[in-house]
Design a protein around this ligand. Structure first.
Ligand SMILES: Cc1ncc(COP(=O)(O)O)c(C=O)c1O
Length: 432
């Protein structure tokens, strides 16, 4: 409906985009169609005349990645995860393609904003934005386009209180967030993200009954994000012994979830006519698409293909998003310092969350400094060929977070910038 619009628990956590594994993640050059030399030359040439830091998206790679995501989904529609894009022009570019049907947003404020253009915006997370929820209930057009996510009776009460003073509130569209984690040993082992408390068929049915019994709400969907599959790289670098274990965890998890999600969907469908059942992420498209209960699959990171996504076996994506920082010092032989720091990805702190110096090859962060606060020293054999003002190209470990550091993204085709477009931040929108 797009307008074209107890005590000894074992846990693996942070299975959002990317896994939860430390270890330096190298660039998969095989995933890049351009040779490293060509790619560096293209990016340098396209952005000559622009001061750093500059963020670019290689449209050739971005479009190829979008096509590959659609191919991997095998006919199941995709819902773009806006948190992993954070740029309206690029969301539009994706949503203009066949195969993408709507948006998985990350806050209610963002969803209302996007609902100005799109009529299928699901907020992928529960929200405590009470004033904004009231605003949604007061706006029947937006309320018909935005779906709120709930995972508890307490969350429903929060929404009720938020809209209590709205005169004639619109009925709010609601979806239930089903926990997709794998629980073993009677719940003592939890494999997957710590998200929804709704895990079993009875849990889901109990919450669904509350929703359908309240005229303030309409139950329209269900979501179950299997982060321990989608966000877990197959080959965590530096931890080769984990790979076979991870493979088995993923297999077991997919089998368990397919059965449980199917049973939950069937039971909830007895109570409400669900418009959608969402699952998955970039790292799980094939297995999520194979689950007959799923009607659309969330994906976003696979468009930019950040560094954490180099280490999956089941798919290849072309690095599409880069940022360039300029050399400002040459403190010693074999070391250059670029202006700009941070660019660290969310998740458990570790080397795999650091930005990856990519072009020229042969540079690395210095262990004692990492990505600095306002400047970042880099070490390696490529350093001595660099001069003040030369540009070093990096990849972020994750996708959308890059856009929180820049106001615009330069879209590169061939060796030229074809358009410079604002990020969410550039539009004055920092939602989280
Ligand atoms: C609810 C939800 N769905 C899907 C995804 C997958 O998004 P991506 O494809 O960007 O990894 C995530 C990532 O954390 C998520 O939180």
């Amino acid at each position: 409906m797009l307008v074209k619009c107890p005590s000894s628990r074992v846990e693996l956590v942070d299975f959002g985009s990317g896994g939860g594994f430390d270890g330096f993640v190298p660039i998969s050059q095989s995933a890049t169609k351009q040779s490293p030399t060509n790619q560096r030359a293209r990016l340098d040439r396209a952005t000559r005349g622009l001061d750093g830091p500059v963020a670019v998206v290689d449209l050739d790679a971005f479009d190829a990645n979008a096509a590959e995501l659609v191919r991997r989904a095998g006919g199941v529609p995709l819902r773009v995860a806006s948190k992993s894009v954070r740029c309206r022009a690029l969301l539009r570019r994706v949503l203009d393609r066949p195969g993408f049907l709507g948006i998985l947003a990350f806050t209610v404020a963002e969803a209302i904003w996007l609902a100005g253009e799109y009529d299928d915006v699901v907020v992928g997370y529960p929200s405590a934005e009470r004033a904004t929820i009231a605003k949604l209930a007061a706006d029947p057009v937006a309320a018909a386009r935005v779906t709120l996510m709930v995972d508890s009776a307490e969350g429903l009460s929060l929404i009720r209180r938020a809209i209590a003073d709205v005169p004639e509130p619109a009925t709010l569209r609601v979806a239930i967030d089903l926990d997709a984690s794998l629980r073993l040993a009677a719940g003592r082992v939890h494999l997957g993200p710590r998200r929804s408390p709704v895990h079993s068929v009875p849990d889901a049915v109990a919450l669904a009954r509350i929703v359908v019994g309240d005229p303030a709400f309409r139950l329209v969907g269900l979501m179950a994000y299997e982060g321990q599959v989608a966000g877990m790289p197959d080959r965590p670098l530096g931890k080769p012994l984990q790979a076979p274990i991870l493979r088995r965890v993923k297999q077991a998890s997919v089998a368990e979830l397919t059965e449980r999600r199917g049973a939950v969907v069937a039971a909830v469908r007895e109570l409400a006519d669900l418009e959608f059942v969402n699952g998955g992420g970039t790292g799980s498209i094939e297995t999520t698409a194979a689950d007959p209960s799923v009607t659309d699959i969330a994906t976003g990171s696979g468009l930019y293909a950040p560094a954490l996504f180099d280490r999956y076996d089941s798919f290849r994506a072309e690095p599409a998003a880069y940022f360039g920082l300029d050399v400002v010092r040459r403190p010693a032989r074999g070391i250059v310092t670029v202006a700009g720091g941070g660019w660290i990805a969310s998740g458990p702190p570790g080397h795999d969350r650091e930005p990856v110096p990519t072009y020229p090859g042969g540079l690395r962060l210095i262990g004692t400094e990492g990505a600095g606060e306002v400047q970042t020293p880099l070490q390696g054999h490529a350093a001595d060929a660099l001069h003040l003002g030369d540009r070093v190209w990096f990849r972020h470990a994750k996708a959308g977070e890059l856009c929180e550091r820049v106001e615009s993204v330069h879209l590169v085709a061939g060796a030229e910038i074809v358009e410079s477009v604002p990020t969410y931040r550039g539009e004055g929108r920092t939602f989280l």
